[in-house]
Design a protein around this ligand. Sequence first.
Ligand code: NDP
Length: 334
Amino acid sequence: MSTISLSLDEIYDLAKKTLLSNGCDEENASILSDTIMRAERDGSHSHGLFRLPAYVAALKSKKVNGKARPVVKKISPSVIKVIGNNAFAPMVLKIGLPELIKLAKETGVAVLAITNSHHMAAMWPETEAVAESGLVSFACTSYMPMVAPAGAKKALFGTNPISFAWPRPGKTPLVYDMATAAMAMGDVMVAARDGHKVPLGTGLNKDGKETTNPKEIIKGSGGVLLPFGGYKGSAIAMMVELLAGALVGDNFSYETAAKDNKDGGPPSGGEFILAISPEKIAGSGWEKHSEEFFTKMKSMDGIRLPGERRHKNRLDKGPRKINKELIEKIKKLS
Ligand code: NDP
């Protein structure tokens, strides 16, 4: 793969220029470009510049409003709702997270219910931001049907990511962020392109049989992905449908698909975010207690904590190598 080195500022500027010339206003373009730059910085490549062409497609078709101003509604002392008004998720989060943090610090636990927002991004930016303020956080969102519930042969769930973050005062939080599918669809597509097999349990072919051939699983093949961990992962993917759909008052994945204009951009959907104060629940000393746990865990052979790869990448302030074809494709969008 041929690459071009771009500084973090150049990545931000390229994203912002592209978004501004495709219908975003200054505020929306700045916030989304910052999320894209941070994804590249952390080595979260599948959620950096790689997503920009799809974001532009959604702006061009007017599915996403690049000038949107989401609306915050306080529902109760511990529940807020942000109606996205068809904004990209980072804009909604920018408005909703400070409110969520404020409520959770006051009450001990708070929920942010997001509707009418367009995600298709990583979830660590939101859980990590909440944990950096000293709160425990959990977030999830659904997507378009791509994953068959355990026992079924047809897709019902999205790849439905979940993310959890635990605050570590003076350190970067512990964060995990993962799809509930056995493998991300993007990774299956790369395996198909490169002629590699995928592990059994990744997906089913059009006849509902397990296969190691990624070409029989990818979109358009008639095959489907499976959840990770059989019926246990399937239950978690189901939970995401309920929390990010029925609970927040937005779509299930199959409803998202039915309403989407199929422009390839992120569909409209909901997100559920929970923030909990360990200070209020466990009381003082919670940090020392959890640090003891992390120390014990890390003393075991073969262990690294989730999030550590990204946080290590983040320390490198230098340029990032970006796929040359992708940069050329993006430049043509302005
Ligand atoms: P991965 O399987 O790459 O990683 C999942 C988590 O496991 C990460 O927190 C990662 O930490 C951690 N991890 C990986 N390897 C180890 C290890 N050896 N030991 C300990 N922890 C480890 O992620 P996925 O492919 O499942 O998901 C990728 C991204 O895609 C996520 O950000 C997810 O939110 C996003 N996504 C978004 C969707 C949407 O609709 N918005 C849909 C589906 C996925 P680390 O980062 O440090 O490697």
